[in-house]
Design a protein around this ligand. Structure first.
Ligand code: 5GP
Length: 181
């Protein structure tokens, strides 16, 4: 069955071409802003995998990678705000220019936790690149240096984002409407 016939998927929110163009633009801007430096990209597993790999390939300054896995307690489609580190970084952040690479910012609680946590590890600088930001629902103002797209507050899947581990390999972002079981 192709993605087009999947009844759990609603409308396409961001297609492949839009994703690719925006990722290239973000990478170009990052390459300018970090010119003469190297940048440590921290991917937040697993949702950011597609984004970090496409982004990193388009950045022209030296790049290092590290990954973190966090889990938020709560149901699969809502975050509770309580964040737990499942996998911590391998790298020492001291003196490094760090960019957190996030798939999607919903309430912003995951990201504000990560920023607080990582800022205490002595990076030379700390920024965020978020592919998607849901409009109007962040509890606390976040300083997001780079944002791919603002989207309506609907649950989406694809390009790394899942529902129970499915749809991460969908090559675009689509609304998830669920199955009627
Ligand atoms: P926040 O802490 O900002 O409320 O939630 C951030 C995390 O919740 C994201 O990193 C992602 O794992 C998950 N999330 C939030 N919104 C969505 C969504 O629309 N689709 C999917 N698949 N995950 C989401």
């Amino acid at each position: 069955m192709g993605w087009k016939n999947d009844p759990s998927l609603g409308k396409v929110v961001i297609d492949e071409k839009q994703l690719n163009e925006r990722v290239q633009q973000l990478a170009a801007q990052i390459s300018i802003d970090y010119s003469g430096k190297s940048v440590l990209l921290i991917g937040v597993l697993k949702g950011a995998i597609m984004f970090i790999s496409d982004l990193a390939r388009a950045i022209t300054v030296p790049v290092e990678f590290d990954f973190m896995a966090v889990s938020s307690y709560g149901s699969s489609t809502k975050t509770s705000g309580v964040v737990r580190i499942i996998k911590d970084l391998d790298a020492d952040l001291s003196g490094k220019h760090v960019l957190i690479v996030e798939d999607i910012v919903d309430s912003g609680l995951t990201l504000s936790y990560l920023m607080r946590n990582l800022s205490q590890r002595g990076p030379a600088s700390l920024g965020v690149v978020a592919l998607l930001v849901k409009v109007g629902i962040q509890y606390a103002p976040l300083d997001l240096k780079y944002v791919g797209f603002e989207i309506p507050p609907e649950f989406v899947v694809g390009y790394g984002l899942d529902v129970s581990e499915r749809y991460r390999n969908l090559p675009y972002i689509a609304e998830y409407i669920g199955s009627e079981e």
